[in-house]
Write a protein that binds this ligand. Structure first.
Ligand code: TRP
Length: 329
């Protein structure tokens, strides 16, 4: 069974786009066994400035992962900053990673291009942490000698970079690090938000996973439609796009047919959509609330995960220190 490592940033309340895009595929990959799943709070520091929000985000994400099926007895669930060894490995990797490699990272390049378009210095507002994000991510992966890394499409390049850093380290110091493979589930589509753009906290168009049925209905009710009457034929729209993401293929095909033929109003389509969202997230709601009501128990789960993660990391770091001369033997 391959050793799997993956992580998710605890930024904001987890929403449907996070679930379908990263959480569900990550949990599916991890359920094969021999997996480590971590909450990337060091990475979240590149964008979060509030300690209270960061702490709350860690607990919310841990509860969400467990509520949606992560079994802490099987999968090692830990908070990234409970494994400070990744920062040590990140420094060592930074010394073999060329700056040019990091210049090519999509996240950095798009920030630089946005600045240039606005007539600003390309590095305006770019922290060194944001620039070196891929180095820390490589350390997360390589420290456990991961064989496979489930990620969304947008993270594939970062895994490529981790591979590059592992090879570059091994060229200098011998075969110490394992070169991992990315697992990208190509079936996962981009999840549209309530305004039709990609679902994202930064657009405010998200559906929170912890939403109650009535909150789901009222968020869905606000999706803007054209003014066609129920009997008129309809074009595929945001309601249908979201429905495709949450309902079964047969249900989605059925709504699409009703759109094309006319006879179904937007209110009815929205009711179907709200129901399908609830069918997907509803079963985890009670478990999530129960976990959130006992932070001590969650902290114990994370502490146990941290112990196991450190045990997994220790031999790699010892080998790295020995190979580089950062140890006495
Ligand atoms: N960068 C990932 C994201 O934004 C999160 C992450 C951090 C990660 N370290 C990782 C994912 C290591 C996989 C492996 O989604």
């Amino acid at each position: 069974m391959p050793r799997i490592v993956t992580g998710i940033k605890p930024t904001g309340r987890p929403h449907l786009g996070n679930y379908l895009g990263m959480i569900r595929p990550g949990l599916e990959a991890a359920s094969a066994g021999n997996a480590l799943f971590f909450i990337a709070d060091y990475h979240a520091l590149t964008t979060t400035r509030s300690a209270a929000q960061l702490r709350a985000g860690v607990f919310d994400l841990a509860a969400t992962l467990i509520a949606f099926g992560l079994e802490p007895g099987r999968t090692v669930l830990y908070r990234q900053s409970d494994l400070p060894e990744v920062c040590e490995l990140a420094w060592i990797l930074a010394c073999v990673a060329s700056k040019g490699l990091l210049n090519r990272a999509h996240a950095y390049k798009s920030a630089a291009q946005r600045n240039i378009a606005l007539g600003r210095d390309p590095d305006s507002g770019v922290s060194t942490g944001l620039f070196s994000y891929p180095v820390l991510m490589a350390a997360d992966i390589l420290i456990h000698r991961a064989e496979a890394v489930p990620v969304g499409r947008d993270q594939r390049q970062h895994v490529e970079m981790a591979r590059e850093m592992a090879r570059s380290f091994n060229r200098s110091y011998g075969p110490v690090l394992l070169v991992p493979e990315a697992i990208v589930d190509e079936r996962v589509m981009t999840i549209p938000g309530l305004d039709g753009r990609k679902m994202s906290k930064s657009y405010g168009n998200q559906l929170a996973l912890a939403a109650t049925p009535s909150q789901i209905r009222s968020r869905v009710a606000r999706i803007v439609t054209d003014s066609r009457s129920p009997s008129e034929r309809k074009e595929p729209d945001t309601i249908l796009a979201l429905y495709r993401a949450v309902a079964s293929a047969a249900e989605a095909a059925e709504l699409e047919r009703r759109y094309r033929e006319g006879g179904t109003g937007y209110a009815e389509a929205k009711a179907l959509l709200a129901e399908a969202v609830d069918a997907l997230v509803g079963p985890a709601r009670a478990r999530h609330a129960e976990l959130m009501s006992d932070p001590g128990a969650l902290a114990d789960i994370l502490a146990d995960g941290a112990r196991r993660a450190r045990a997994s990391a220790a031999p790699t770091l010892a080998a790295v220190r020995s190979a580089t001369g950062l140890s006495y033997d």
